[in-house]
Ligand binder design. Sequence first.
Ligand code: NI
Length: 173
Amino acid sequence: MAIRDILTAPDIRLKQKSKPVEGGVTDAHRALMDDMLETMYAAPGIGLAAIQIGEPLRIIVMDISRDGEDKAPRYFVNPEILWASEETAPYEEGCLSVPEIYDEIERPARVKLRYLNYHGAEIEEDAEGLFAVCIQHEMDHLEGVLFIDHLSRLKRENALRKLKKARKEAALA
Ligand code: NI
Protein backbone atom coordinates (compact mmCIF):
# COMPACT_ATOMS: atom_id res chain seq x y z
CA MET A 1 0.00 0.00 0.00
CA ALA A 2 1.12 3.53 -0.65
CA ILE A 3 -0.10 7.03 -0.04
CA ARG A 4 -0.60 8.74 -3.39
CA ASP A 5 -0.84 12.43 -4.30
CA ILE A 6 -4.38 13.82 -4.43
CA LEU A 7 -5.17 16.04 -7.44
CA THR A 8 -6.77 19.38 -6.57
CA ALA A 9 -8.96 21.77 -8.56
CA PRO A 10 -8.60 23.25 -11.12
CA ASP A 11 -6.45 20.28 -12.30
CA ILE A 12 -7.89 19.41 -15.72
CA ARG A 13 -7.61 15.64 -15.01
CA LEU A 14 -10.44 15.97 -12.48
CA LYS A 15 -12.77 16.98 -15.33
CA GLN A 16 -12.44 13.75 -17.30
CA LYS A 17 -14.98 10.94 -17.33
CA SER A 18 -13.69 7.73 -15.73
CA LYS A 19 -13.86 4.41 -17.60
CA PRO A 20 -15.67 1.29 -16.36
CA VAL A 21 -13.60 -1.58 -14.97
CA GLU A 22 -13.85 -4.33 -17.62
CA GLY A 23 -13.44 -8.05 -17.05
CA GLY A 24 -14.03 -8.12 -13.31
CA VAL A 25 -12.10 -6.94 -10.28
CA THR A 26 -8.45 -8.06 -10.38
CA ASP A 27 -5.57 -7.97 -7.92
CA ALA A 28 -4.34 -4.82 -9.71
CA HIS A 29 -7.69 -3.13 -8.97
CA ARG A 30 -7.51 -4.29 -5.35
CA ALA A 31 -3.98 -2.86 -5.07
CA LEU A 32 -5.33 0.44 -6.41
CA MET A 33 -8.22 0.33 -3.89
CA ASP A 34 -5.73 -0.36 -1.07
CA ASP A 35 -3.72 2.71 -2.10
CA MET A 36 -6.88 4.79 -2.39
CA LEU A 37 -8.02 3.79 1.09
CA GLU A 38 -4.63 4.53 2.66
CA THR A 39 -4.50 7.88 0.85
CA MET A 40 -8.05 8.73 2.01
CA TYR A 41 -7.33 7.82 5.66
CA ALA A 42 -4.09 9.83 5.63
CA ALA A 43 -5.75 12.96 4.19
CA PRO A 44 -8.07 12.44 6.22
CA GLY A 45 -11.31 12.05 4.28
CA ILE A 46 -14.41 9.85 4.15
CA GLY A 47 -14.53 9.13 0.41
CA LEU A 48 -12.19 9.07 -2.59
CA ALA A 49 -12.65 8.38 -6.29
CA ALA A 50 -9.78 6.86 -8.31
CA ILE A 51 -9.51 9.91 -10.56
CA GLN A 52 -8.56 11.95 -7.48
CA ILE A 53 -5.23 10.09 -7.53
CA GLY A 54 -5.07 10.34 -11.32
CA GLU A 55 -6.55 6.93 -12.24
CA PRO A 56 -9.56 7.42 -14.57
CA LEU A 57 -11.41 4.24 -13.49
CA ARG A 58 -14.90 3.91 -12.01
CA ILE A 59 -13.70 2.97 -8.53
CA ILE A 60 -14.58 4.59 -5.19
CA VAL A 61 -13.51 3.94 -1.61
CA MET A 62 -15.33 5.20 1.46
CA ASP A 63 -15.39 4.98 5.24
CA ILE A 64 -18.17 6.88 6.98
CA SER A 65 -17.69 5.33 10.42
CA ARG A 66 -17.60 7.86 13.26
CA ASP A 67 -14.60 8.77 15.41
CA GLY A 68 -14.10 6.08 18.02
CA GLU A 69 -15.94 3.44 15.98
CA ASP A 70 -14.12 0.57 14.24
CA LYS A 71 -12.92 1.38 10.74
CA ALA A 72 -15.46 0.33 8.10
CA PRO A 73 -13.84 0.57 4.66
CA ARG A 74 -16.16 0.17 1.68
CA TYR A 75 -15.31 -0.31 -1.98
CA PHE A 76 -17.45 0.43 -5.05
CA VAL A 77 -16.46 -0.66 -8.55
CA ASN A 78 -18.62 0.48 -11.52
CA PRO A 79 -21.30 1.92 -9.21
CA GLU A 80 -24.68 2.78 -10.74
CA ILE A 81 -27.66 4.59 -9.28
CA LEU A 82 -30.74 2.49 -10.03
CA TRP A 83 -33.18 4.81 -8.32
CA ALA A 84 -33.11 8.19 -6.56
CA SER A 85 -35.79 9.64 -4.29
CA GLU A 86 -37.63 12.77 -5.33
CA GLU A 87 -37.15 14.00 -1.81
CA THR A 88 -33.86 15.87 -1.47
CA ALA A 89 -31.73 16.75 1.54
CA PRO A 90 -29.06 19.43 2.05
CA TYR A 91 -25.61 18.61 3.39
CA GLU A 92 -22.52 20.76 3.88
CA GLU A 93 -20.01 19.03 1.60
CA GLY A 94 -16.27 19.25 1.28
CA CYS A 95 -13.80 17.46 -0.99
CA LEU A 96 -10.15 16.41 -0.76
CA SER A 97 -9.70 17.85 -4.27
CA VAL A 98 -11.21 21.20 -3.22
CA PRO A 99 -9.46 21.74 0.13
CA GLU A 100 -10.75 24.28 2.67
CA ILE A 101 -14.03 24.85 0.78
CA TYR A 102 -17.36 23.72 2.27
CA ASP A 103 -20.83 24.49 1.00
CA GLU A 104 -24.34 23.17 1.21
CA ILE A 105 -25.43 20.92 -1.66
CA GLU A 106 -28.92 19.53 -2.17
CA ARG A 107 -29.14 15.93 -3.47
CA PRO A 108 -31.68 13.10 -3.49
CA ALA A 109 -32.09 11.93 0.11
CA ARG A 110 -32.12 8.21 -0.75
CA VAL A 111 -30.67 6.18 -3.64
CA LYS A 112 -30.58 2.55 -4.67
CA LEU A 113 -27.14 1.39 -5.83
CA ARG A 114 -25.61 -1.45 -7.78
CA TYR A 115 -21.85 -2.02 -7.76
CA LEU A 116 -19.10 -4.62 -7.57
CA ASN A 117 -17.39 -4.94 -4.20
CA TYR A 118 -13.68 -5.52 -3.38
CA HIS A 119 -14.04 -9.18 -4.30
CA GLY A 120 -15.95 -8.51 -7.51
CA ALA A 121 -19.37 -9.61 -6.21
CA GLU A 122 -22.37 -7.67 -7.50
CA ILE A 123 -24.23 -5.88 -4.71
CA GLU A 124 -27.51 -3.96 -4.65
CA GLU A 125 -27.97 -1.67 -1.69
CA ASP A 126 -30.07 1.26 -0.48
CA ALA A 127 -28.30 4.35 0.80
CA GLU A 128 -29.56 7.23 2.91
CA GLY A 129 -28.09 9.92 5.16
CA LEU A 130 -24.34 10.49 4.92
CA PHE A 131 -23.90 7.30 2.87
CA ALA A 132 -26.26 8.65 0.18
CA VAL A 133 -24.50 12.04 0.19
CA CYS A 134 -21.04 10.51 -0.03
CA ILE A 135 -21.75 7.99 -2.80
CA GLN A 136 -23.44 10.65 -4.95
CA HIS A 137 -20.54 13.06 -4.37
CA GLU A 138 -17.99 10.38 -5.30
CA MET A 139 -20.00 9.23 -8.33
CA ASP A 140 -19.95 12.83 -9.57
CA HIS A 141 -16.14 12.55 -9.65
CA LEU A 142 -16.51 9.64 -12.10
CA GLU A 143 -18.30 12.06 -14.46
CA GLY A 144 -15.69 14.79 -13.99
CA VAL A 145 -18.00 16.81 -11.74
CA LEU A 146 -16.89 18.49 -8.50
CA PHE A 147 -19.33 19.48 -5.74
CA ILE A 148 -18.58 23.15 -6.42
CA ASP A 149 -19.96 22.61 -9.95
CA HIS A 150 -23.40 22.35 -8.28
CA LEU A 151 -23.02 25.86 -6.81
CA SER A 152 -24.03 29.09 -8.52
CA ARG A 153 -21.36 30.55 -10.80
CA LEU A 154 -20.63 33.32 -8.31
CA LYS A 155 -20.20 30.92 -5.41
CA ARG A 156 -18.04 28.60 -7.52
CA GLU A 157 -15.76 31.43 -8.64
CA ASN A 158 -15.43 32.60 -5.04
CA ALA A 159 -14.52 29.05 -3.98
CA LEU A 160 -11.86 28.72 -6.69
CA ARG A 161 -10.42 32.13 -5.82
CA LYS A 162 -10.19 31.11 -2.15
CA LEU A 163 -8.51 27.85 -3.20
CA LYS A 164 -5.94 29.68 -5.34
CA LYS A 165 -5.16 32.10 -2.51
CA ALA A 166 -4.74 29.25 0.00
CA ARG A 167 -2.38 27.47 -2.40
CA LYS A 168 -0.29 30.60 -2.90
CA GLU A 169 -0.02 31.06 0.88
CA ALA A 170 0.95 27.42 1.32
CA ALA A 171 3.65 27.79 -1.35
CA LEU A 172 5.08 30.83 0.49
CA ALA A 173 5.02 29.14 3.89
NI1 NI B 1 -14.74 14.88 -3.63
